[in-house]
Design a protein around this ligand. Structure first.
Ligand code: PLP
Length: 339
């Protein structure tokens, strides 16, 4: 029998995953719940071990579909939200398992109401504030919300929205969040209830946390990945790097400019400068929608860039270690730098 040897793999440090969960809790406050997004097999890192690592940190889990939800149910006790739309033939099973589907229409809510057995079906009422792919259009949300809330066998667990460009269009994202926040206030005043609100994924939780709402939904953050370079330091565990020489200059052959943390920081400032320049030239999506031209004013943004150095936090990376067996590279188990 031929034995298959993997040439590279990722080693996930569960301690780092938990550290990143604690970091977000610290940043947003103890009352904000964590909906840990472990969809797509936790982005290929292994849904079950990652969810188990987060079992004491996550209040809920988020997956893409029913198959993932059923798989995850065997491993964790927390509520599980389906972030993607469900297929009509899956509705019965979702209701039966007590998963929380995300709904975007009256038809879906009505169908769950019909399928509910002893327990009510908890739903996530998704509102489209700019993604354009899923969710009740914001201008129809109030009327539909009231109608859905009146259904006897459906209970609204949460209202949510998604930020599609939070790593690239600050104006659009702030506009979305302002609109969502106003809508949530209006819903709570006209149709009060215990439902929660959520909007922030990784980029949102890092950059737009002025109002975190009740739940945050990070995914990639747990693996130490930020779509915003100012929050990212990467540590390269390169074969040949002698960690006992830390603090001294490393041998040039062992350095990688692509993965070197200071190179990333330089990239970060280049990226921010490029973003400011681009912003001064372009008409943002929100302004296009409103039909007005924007002059950039990113200088005064109340974002991470204006936080004091001490407030800045760095995501601690789950470490990926590659061990080549060719090209003269030798794998080496390196000491954990950030435990
Ligand atoms: C609805 C929703 N919320 C949150 C996330 C998590 O996003 P991120 O990995 O950027 O934190 C995803 C991921 O695709 C998502 O679809």
């Amino acid at each position: 029998m031929t034995e298959y040897h993997y040439r590279c793999w990722a080693e996930i440090d569960r301690g780092a995953v938990r550290h990143n969960a604690a970091l977000i809790k610290k940043r947003l406050g103890p009352n904000v719940e964590i909906l840990a997004v472990v969809k797509a097999d936790a982005y290929g890192h292994g849904m079950i071990p990652v969810a188990q690592a987060l079992s004491k940190d996550a209040d809920l889990f988020g997956v893409a579909n029913l198959v993932e939800a059923i798989t995850l149910r065997a491993a964790v006790r927390q509520p599980i939200t389906l972030l993607g739309p469900a297929l009509p033939q899956e509705f019965g099973s979702i209701a039966e398992h007590g998963f929380i589907p995300s709904i975007s229409s009256w038809e879906e809510a009505d169908q769950f109401n019909r399928l509910a057995s002893n327990n009510k079906v908890l739903i996530n009422f998704k509102i489209d504030t700019g993604m354009g792919r899923m969710g009740v259009p914001a201008h129809q949300a109030m009327a539909l919300f009231k109608k859905v809330k009146a259904l006897p066998r459906v209970e609204i667990h949460s209202v949510s929205t998604h930020l599609p460009v939070s790593n690239e269009d600050e104006v659009f994202t702030r506009d979305q969040l302002r609109g969502f926040s106003a809508l949530v206030k209006q819903l709570r005043s006209e149709a009060p209830g215990n439902y929660k609100a959520h909007a922030l994924q990784t980029a949102g939780a890092l950059e737009f946390a002025d109002e975190p709402f009740d739940i945050v939904r990070p995914g990639m953050l747990f693996f130490g990945i930020s779509p915003l370079p100012q929050f990212q330091t990467l540590e390269a565990h390169l074969p040949g790097v002698d960690r006992s020489r830390r603090g001294r200059r490393q041998r040039p052959s062992a350095r990688s400019s692509a993965l070197d943390a200071s190179a990333w920081r330089r990239r970060g400032s280049r990226w921010r400068r490029a973003r400011r320049e681009a912003a001064s030239r372009r008409v943002s999506r929100s302004d296009r929608r409103l039909g007005r031209h924007r002059t950039a004013d990113l200088g005064s943004r109340p974002s991470a860039a204006s936080l004091g150095q001490g407030d800045r936090q760095t995501i601690q990376g789950a470490r990926a270690q590659s061990r080549g067996r060719s090209g003269g590279i030798r794998g080496r188990k390196l000491a954990a730098a950030d435990r």
